[in-house]
Design a protein around this ligand. Structure first.
Ligand code: CU
Length: 352
């Protein structure tokens, strides 16, 4: 659908007026501060002069239509409308009751970003010919700014919306939408949609079989040997046997023969004592007898021992052989001799 001619005329006129205002000395007053990009060229007013000349005869007709439409709109809602165009924001400051609606529209620019300095509404991108309306429900002052882009040029304007306490009736009614002037749609680059992050699928942990731990050998606790006390056995000790009155053997008499050398079984010189050695008890008596054919003695003297004795000459006698007896009272070993045949004829008496 092509735009109506009156609308086209009105839009072109608005652009011319806006351009003139932009180059005039008072363009910033009441229209917000425009901040062209550094080095950016001023929008040439001559660009619209041919159109202006051609449209001058049509001014009465073209102004009549939008004026009538605007009048109907304002009569119905009393809500302000703000135009963002080459001259800035018009009006730069608007006032309305709570519940009222402010509508922004864009001209001269490819697109405008409308930002609430107070965060009242989310930033809006409005393209030329489009509108954006916001309902103010809370009284207050709402500063905002717009960033307008036209080709590679960019401008910033500021505006203010003052909201009073009461709507005063009629407020809050949505603005009757005025059919927007159809504008060839500016190709809008698609807004890149960030990929929705897909949460990673949780991978269940692989169960790790527990490493068997060999049991730690526990050394056996040494148990101290229990010393069981053994009660003392009161074994009655048998009384010692009564002393036996063993009869001490009576002193004995031990015979010793004095023999000649010819009587010895083995060579013995001139004679011998038989037995050569005699063991007796203390208190015993030794009785020597000369059974030979020669004289002999049994003599112990000097270093012979603790006892001394001497038989004297004992003459041979075949009928009644002579004898000599001595009783030993001191224990000891006595080496004695025949005084006639010493040292060959010798004997020993051991007294215990
Ligand atoms: Cu002798």
């Amino acid at each position: 659908m092509s735009p109506s001619r009156p609308a086209q005329v009105f839009r072109s006129l608005a652009r011319c007026v806006a351009t003139l205002g932009r180059v005039g000395p008072g363009r910033a007053a009441g229209a917000g501060a425009r901040s062209p990009a550094p080095g950016g060229p001023a929008r040439p007013v001559l660009r619209f002069l041919p159109v202006l000349v051609l449209l001058v005869p049509l001014v009465p007709l073209s102004l009549a239509v939008p004026t009538a439409a605007a009048s109907r709109h304002h009569a119905a809602t009393n809500d302000p409308r703000v135009l963002i165009y080459g001259g800035g924001v018009r009006p730069a400051s608007v006032s309305l009751a709570a519940g009222g609606v402010v509508t922004w529209s864009v001209d001269d620019f490819d697109r405008v970003t409308l930002v609430s300095d107070t965060g009242a509404w989310p930033s809006q991108t409005i393209h030329e010919g489009q509108r954006y309306s916001y309902t103010f429900t809370t009284p207050g002052s709402y500063a905002y700014h717009v960033t307008a882009s036209d080709g590679d040029e960019q401008y910033t304007y500021h505006g203010m919306v003052s909201v009073t306490g009461s709507s005063g009736g009629g407020g809050g009614v949505p603005t009757t939408p005025v059919p927007p002037t159809p504008v060839p749609p500016t190709p809008v680059p698609p807004t890149p949609v960030p990929p929705t992050p897909v949460p990673p699928t949780p991978v269940p942990p692989t169960p790790v079989p527990p490493t068997p731990v060999p049991p730690t050998p526990v050394p056996p606790t040494p148990v101290p040997p229990t010393k069981t006390p053994v009660p003392p056995t009161n074994t009655p000790v048998p009384p010692p046997p009564p002393p036996t009155n063993t009869p001490v053997p009576a002193p004995a008499t031990h015979p010793v023969a004095l023999i000649d050398g010819a009587q010895c079984a083995t060579p013995c010189g001139n004679g011998a004592f038989n037995p050569l050695t005699l063991t007796i008890r203390t208190g015993d008596t030794v009785k020597w007898t000369n059974t030979g054919t020669n004289y002999h003695t049994a003599t112990c003297s000097g270093s012979c021992g603790p006892a001394t004795w001497d038989s004297g000459l004992m003459a041979p006698n075949a009928t009644t052989p002579p004898t000599y007896s001595y009783t030993f009272t001191v224990a000891g070993t006595y080496n004695y001799v025949c005084s006639l045949h010493a040292p060959g004829m010798a004997g020993t008496i051991v007294v215990q």
